[in-house]
Design a protein around this ligand. Structure first.
Ligand SMILES: C[S@@+](CC[C@H](N)C(=O)[O-])C[C@H]1O[C@@H](n2cnc3c(N)ncnc32)[C@H](O)[C@@H]1O
Length: 206
């Protein structure tokens, strides 16, 4: 009897693990469409992705608008900056960021979004202040991230930097508190594919 219960339990754990780690169903193109819809992006706007990695996601967004959306992309890693310079669409400006400064021009953007980057910030106070300066009054910030520890990825487990980022993630409450401390109003939080969330904040108009 005990054996049957044990086998049943193992089967249940295996099934839950399979469900949890099932392949991603949302492609980057679908997430780009979701972002454009949720942030009400329109031709003529200026947007930025901070911590754009290899630029794949931002370039998809820029191409979706066929040149009618101007974009900045920033990245901390100089190699990724160089590779983005080589492959960027014409309406995208590539900038090298710093740990505590996005290095975007003041009031350059209607929208700034960050996908799986916010939990990497080692100097969140000055970084968030620089994001606030970069967004026009009435503009939008969107932070796509995930709760700490959710990946169970021990290799990339992050035990450095600010404590609210330990565990290679950050809670919605921490993101919201930091955005408010920087001067943003938190407008809403939506769920995002791949067990992520998206906190959407607004810079007050005055
Ligand atoms: C997990 S990757 C996400 C890349 C991209 N946003 C995406 O969704 O595919 C995180 C990236 O953020 C960059 N990063 C971390 N801190 C940064 C900072 N303060 N400013 C700019 N980039 C940063 C890292 O170098 C890395 O390329």
């Amino acid at each position: 009897m005990a054996r049957v219960i044990l086998i049943g339990l193992i089967a249940l754990v295996a099934l839950l693990a399979l469900l949890y780690f099932r392949p991603r169903r949302d492609t980057d193109s679908e997430q780009v469409a979701l972002l454009a819809r949720e942030l009400a992006l329109r031709p003529g706007m200026v947007a930025a992705e901070v911590g754009a990695g290899d630029g794949k996601f931002a370039f998809l967004l820029a191409r979706k608008f066929d040149g009618a959306l101007s974009m900045y992309v920033t990245e901390l890693d100089p190699k990724l900056v160089a590779s983005m310079q080589g492959g960027r669409p014409p309406n995208v400006t590539v900038l090298e960021g710093a740990a505590g400064n996005a290095r975007l021009p003041a009031a350059c953007c209607d929208v700034v979004y960050l996908r799986r980057v916010f939990h990497h910030f080692t100097e969140p106070g000055s970084m968030n202040a620089s994001l606030f300066r970069a967004i026009r009054p009435g503009g939008t910030i969107a932070v796509i991230d995930r709760p700490a520890g959710l990946s169970f990825n021990l290799i990339s487990f992050q035990l450095r930097g600010p404590r609210n980022r330990w565990g290679h993630g950050i809670s919605i409450a921490s993101v919201s508190d930091e955005l408010r401390a920087a001067g943003f109003q938190v407008a809403r939080v939506i769920s995002w594919p791949d067990r992520n969330y998206c906190v959407i904040g607004k810079k007050p108009k005055t």
